[in-house]
Design a protein around this ligand. Structure first.
Ligand code: FES
Length: 245
């Protein structure tokens, strides 16, 4: 884990709610893998106090592209202080054909990083946007990605088929009451499938990360065998292993 400086090269709006920033980064960060992220600070006043997780959504030849809310203001030439890479990459099955990305009442950025490499590997990708996540318009996503919208009660069309067809599912939920939301996702999947095998249903956990280096234990996630740290052993955990109750 290293602290580096990066420069914002380009800023562009991708939809009504989000913008993407191209950053010229230290060459070491070009090794960033889908599922890992960076902890960022912009400018000198460091507001908010804690670094913010920045999720890379695509990678250029020597730039990384990050998606940020449109409500934040960025300009080309600004310097960004980055700590990372944080966390472990997504773990994909070897024989993978269909991946389902479920976004419930939050923004999809943590899951978008896997799309380019999955499409390159000819894996089909479906994104389901539920509740207020459906406000995120997707015309900037690759046309091969199937996008389905649903409601805050987790209803969407052809739900049983979508869930049965997926080889792996990755879910992101609001940070507030994250465990409660993952619990509801778990209940839904137990209704829709006869069994939930290990390595099938994953949650991306996003607790506050005061250190991001495994030093403070404040990002602990309780699992059936152990307590794991989201910043060093996560942020993505198999929900069959997590103690959700
Ligand atoms: S944020 Fe400090 S241990 Fe994870």
């Amino acid at each position: 884990m290293r602290e580096t400086q990066a420069i914002i090269e380009r800023v562009r709006r991708v939809n009504e709610t989000h913008q993407q920033l191209d950053l010229a980064v230290d060459p070491s960060l070009m090794q960033l893998k889908p599922g890992q992220f960076l902890l960022a600070r912009v400018g000198d006043d460091w507001t908010p106090y804690l670094r913010e997780p920045w999720w890379c959504v695509s990678m250029g030849k020597d730039t990384l592209t990050f998606e940020r809310p449109a409500t934040s203001h960025y300009e080309p030439g600004q310097v960004v202080n980055l700590l990372g890479a944080v966390g472990q990459p997504f773990r994909f099955r070897r024989a993978l054909r269909n991946v389902l990305l479920l976004v419930y009442e939050t923004e999809p950025a943590p899951l978008l990083s896997m799309i380019p490499s999955l499409l390159t590997a000819r894996v089909s990708v479906t994104v389901v946007l539920l509740g207020n996540a459906a406000l995120y318009t997707t015309s900037h996503l690759p046309p091969e990605v199937e996008v389905i919208s649903g409601d805050a009660d987790m209803n969407w069309s052809n739900r049983v088929t979508t869930v049965g067809w997926a080889d792996q599912v990755f879910v992101v939920v609001p940070q507030a009451d994250e465990l409660g939301h993952f619990s509801r996702i778990w209940d839904l999947f137990t209704q829709l499938r006869a069994e939930i095998p290990s390595g099938y249903l994953f949650g991306v956990f996003r607790p506050l990360l005061p250190c991001g280096t495994g030093a403070c234990s404040s990002c602990m996630v309780r699992t059936k065998n152990d307590n794991l740290l989201a910043c060093t052993q996560g942020p993505t955990f198999d929900l069959t292993r997590v103690l959700l109750g």
